[in-house]
Design a protein around this ligand. Sequence first.
Ligand code: ADP
Ligand code: ADP
Ligand code: ZN
Length: 210
Amino acid sequence: MTSIVLFGPPGAGKGTQAARITDSTGLPQVSTGDMLRAAVKNGTETGMAAKQYMDAGQLVPDSIIIDLIKERVLEKDAQNGLMFDGFPRTVPQAEALAEITEVSHVISIEVPDERIVERICGRYSCASCGAVYHDTFNPTSTEGVCDQCGSKEMKRRADDNESTVLQRLGAYHEQTSPLADWYDAKGIFHRIDGDRDIDQITVDILQALE
Ligand code: ADP
Ligand code: ADP
Ligand code: ZN
């Protein structure tokens, strides 16, 4: 089992790129953010424990995240590895992941802080298939209709507002960015300029994965 990690601040484009490279990598995308939002929606114990942190733009405690991942890797489609998006976010999470799977590449999508707020505040997604769009940078071809599946129901995340984004960015710099050195020391950390066209970034990521 050999996995890939997509790394970067909130709004860097991890989910957008994950959806575009999953066919090439053959690895299922695992977003801890999506898993947590599903848990909140379903009212599970994990969801009830995580909600307060997510609403405040803080990281959910490591033990909760690590338990989620331990369960996820037991699923059948995880046999050949997974493509993690938004995990790990702390050094203890990365240490736990190293016990579970080999990580061949960490793809770091680098976007300056001043771009993040506009990215997050314009984000919306298809309520049916999850495709991610942006009001200005990546709108649907026909307004209000999903390009991927044709659904007309779009949604926005409750935590995609300016004040929560600033909290999330603070958590990223304090708790997540130290992981860059941790992975760099292992020689598997690839920096990609994420402040460009979505297509160009995809090309660079696929090249880094070769
Ligand atoms: P993350 O998963 O890292 O939080 P997303 O993939 O959800 O980020 O992207 C955040 C927002 O920015 C979305 O609205 C997306 O459409 C938009 N976006 C993604 N990549 C780019 C890019 N290269 N340039 C401009 N906007 C982008
Ligand atoms: P984004 O990439 O836009 O920050 P995510 O969907 O990855 O958003 O995460 C949303 C929220 O879920 C985070 O602000 C945090 O509260 C929680 N979360 C997601 N993944 C993790 C993780 N690996 N560790 C701790 N908290 C997490
Ligand atoms: Zn859709």
